[in-house]
Design a protein around this ligand. Structure first.
Ligand code: HEM
Length: 398
């Protein structure tokens, strides 16, 4: 019989402003308490270790998403109908509906347009010289994703605020999620309206979702949830990864030189960025049965917080995890999740981030940090809010 392990209790607040601004000391403290830690404030277990997070994500029969992946019951109720919040056949059907738009083949057909847009973004940024790296990181996803999803041209100015809020409300009930509630409901209302009025761009993912609802292949109510499903997770996550990459290459100029000299390093460099500064901190699962994780009993109905970002810095899984190193094998990181719910849009995220880094590598000799980077405040997304940079052009020319 295996030994029963009693989980240590953490009484701090994983979602305080300080823990959001600088989460890594908190994750370290949690890992020192064990791979499974009881979060007294949030009435849930936190999974801190790489192995425990991975195993839990892969065991989607026991640790379900259909009861929500948020840390509060309201968001779990409101997110019904999405791919993220579903299990089994329902999940497979929703995922299948638009998956063909994000296959490597489909993405290849988009790559020329994405690369051309990245050239323009990089060219403009280098011409300016002094830039906010976050503004540079936003440009490409904001050009690419809303068109792919089919979001109508009006109301696009709200998208960033709405999408960030949609993540924020998936944390616990705190000041942060309460402040974001109105904006997240704004996105939901708008998605319902465009699904009802069928006001989506022709030939887009959204048009396909609406056609499926009309043909009775999905419920009408699912159409708006599915629109949000692909729009909300595709902006802040990718923007976070691109802006973190700019910061990390500013802090590690030698590694930027290596990328400039050898572009085949970019794919693994992106994995290392997502490992080192995981854009998505954590989501939860609900135990559908009595079970155990690393010897700690977990009862049916208990919630576990899968800390992707802590798993990616687990010292038992990575050598020197707090060092950014584009040469380590970072492919097994959990920054895109794992298993059935593993990120459906990672190919697109990689395409966008690769295109912008490649276009910058053609033009920029050195990325200089000219002021203090400021991290944004969000329960779920770790992303920069401001990144003052100077982009030094190759040979001093633009
Ligand atoms: C660097 C960028 C990105 C990161 C770090 C990221 C991260 C993640 C993670 C960790 C999950 C797993 C959630 C879970 O297991 O509960 C996920 C799921 C998902 N992501 Fe991403 N994502 C990114 C970009 C995108 C983009 C560009 C799209 C859309 C085009 C997208 C769409 C989705 C969808 C639809 C799911 C739900 C999949 C499912 O439940 O089957 N993501 N993402």
């Amino acid at each position: 019989m295996s030994t029963v392990v009693t989980a240590q209790t953490y009484r701090g607040n994983l979602y305080s402003a300080a823990a959001i601004a600088d989460p890594y000391p908190v994750y370290r403290e949690l890992r020192a308490l064990g791979p499974v830690v009881r979060l007294a404030r949030h009435r849930a277990f936190a999974l801190t270790g790489y192995d425990e997070c991975k195993r839990t994500l892969l065991d989607d029969g026991t640790f379900v998403s259909g009861k929500g992946v948020a840390l509060n019951p309201f968001a779990n109720r409101f997110s019904r109908g999405t791919t993220l919040n579903s299990d089994g056949d329902e999940h497979a059907n929703r995922r299948k509906l638009v998956a063909h738009r994000l296959t490597p083949r489909a993405l290849r057909s988009m790559s020329d347009a994405v690369e051309a847009a990245a050239e323009q973004v990089a060219g403009r940024a280098v011409a300016r010289g002094r830039v906010d790296g976050v503004a540079v990181a936003r440009s490409l996803p904001l050009q690419v994703v809303p068109d792919l999803v089919g979001w109508p041209d009006d109301e696009r100015e709200h998208l960033l605020r709405w999408a960030a809020a949609t993540f924020d409300v998936l944390g616990p009930i705190n000041g942060q999620s309460l402040r974001s509630t109105a904006a997240s409901l704004g996105m939901m209302r708008f998605a319902r309206r465009i699904a009802r009025t069928e006001n989506v761009l022709a030939g887009s993912m959204g048009a396909e979702v609406i056609a499926a609802a009309k043909a009775g292949r999905i419920a009408r109510s699912e159409a708006s949830a599915l629109m949000i499903d692909y729009l909300a997770p595709s902006l802040d996550t990718t923007i976070s990864a691109i802006s973190s990459a700019l910061l990390l290459f500013a802090l590690h100029p030698g590694q930027w030189d290596q990328v400039r000299a050898d572009r085949t390093l970019i794919p693994n460099a992106l994995n290392e960025v997502v490992r080192f500064e995981s854009p998505l901190r954590a989501f939860t699962r609900l135990a559908s049965d009595d079970t155990e994780i690393a010897g700690t009993p977990v009862r049916k109905g208990q919630r576990v917080v899968v800390l992707f970002a802590s798993a990616n810095r687990d010292e038992t899984a990575w050598n020197d995890p707090d060092t950014f190193d584009i040469h380590r094998d970072a492919t097994r990181h959990l920054g895109f999740g794992q298993g059935t719910h593993g990120c459906a849009g990672q190919g697109l995220a990689r395409l966008e981030a690769h295109a912008i880094l490649n276009a910058l590598a053609d033009r920029v000799e050195r990325i200089e940090l000219t002021g203090l980077p400021v991290w944004g405040r969000n329960n779920i997304i770790r992303g920069l809010a401001r990144l003052p940079l100077e982009l030094h052009p190759i040979g001093g020319r633009t």
